[in-house]
Write a protein that binds this ligand. Structure first.
Ligand code: ADP
Ligand code: S3P
Ligand code: MG
Length: 200
């Protein structure tokens, strides 16, 4: 759970960001395939924060994979576990928390994130998402006769809510590090931590 942490790094810029976070976590939200898990891990390394993936924690708590949870218990049970796990993880900040795509759609979770975190929406076009999720199946919501239509419907349903996030960063096909730097810059702006102040 903690493998992304770099200890011993003393970077004034990062320390200033940590102070400005005041215990809040950076919470990645967005559709399946937007890069929350992969970019989140790198963001945590970059900022010397712990990384935690809610899906991974749900799987650990349940002792089974997400497709198995959906198959054996159904989506409602998964959502209930997701709400509890995200709530617990938000109490353990500051860290980078990658949520599953549906987590932010829960009003209670959203309120909790607003209180204990800074929400970052990784916003991506349908084409980008569809190409990515096709490469790696294993997302039970897309196990339908029409995964393309399902993904479009989920985008329509969810984007107005995702738009409530504190910060939006466009996720496109670019080196992960480039997206990480855009997030760091956006977080710095959001927290009013200026590079100029830090250089003094
Ligand atoms: N900036 C990017 N450029 C290219 N591929 C990316 C980028 N970000 C994520 N991906 C790829 O998209 C897929 C889904 O990423 P993942 O982090 O699992 O998304 P999420 O957790 O949001 O569902 C992975 O194969 C990942 O490597
Ligand atoms: O969008 C969703 O509702 C889901 C997204 C998945 O996580 P990723 O967004 O990390 O793929 C996972 O939580 C589950 O399959 C449901
Ligand atoms: Mg993920």
């Amino acid at each position: 759970m903690d493998e992304s942490r770099n200890t011993g790094v003393v970077d004034p810029e990062i320390e200033a960001l940590h102070r400005a976070l005041r215990g809040r976590s950076l919470v990645l939200i967005g559709m399946m395939g937007s890069g929350k898990s992969t970019v989140g891990r790198r963001l945590a390394t970059r900022l010397n924060l712990n990384f935690v993936d809610a899906d991974h924690e749900i799987e650990r708590a349940a002792g089974m994979t997400i497709p198995d949870i959906f198959a054996s218990q159904g989506e409602a049970q998964f959502r209930d576990g997701e709400r509890r796990v995200v709530g617990r993880l938000l109490g353990e900040g500051p860290q980078v928390l990658a949520t599953g795509g549906g987590a932010y759609m829960n009003a209670e979770t959203r309120a909790h994130i607003a209180e204990a975190g800074i929400s970052i929406w990784l916003k991506a076009d349908f084409d980008v998402l569809f190409r990515r999720v096709r490469k790696r199946p294993g997302r039970p919501l897309l196990h339908t006769t029409d995964p393309e239509g399902t993904l479009r419907r989920l985008i329509d349903e969810r984007y107005p809510t995702y738009a409530e996030a504190d910060i939006t960063v466009v996720s496109r096909d670019a080196p992960h590090e480039a997206i990480v730097e855009e997030i760091v810059e956006a977080v710095r702006r959001y927290l009013n931590v200026s590079k100029v102040d830090l250089a003094r």
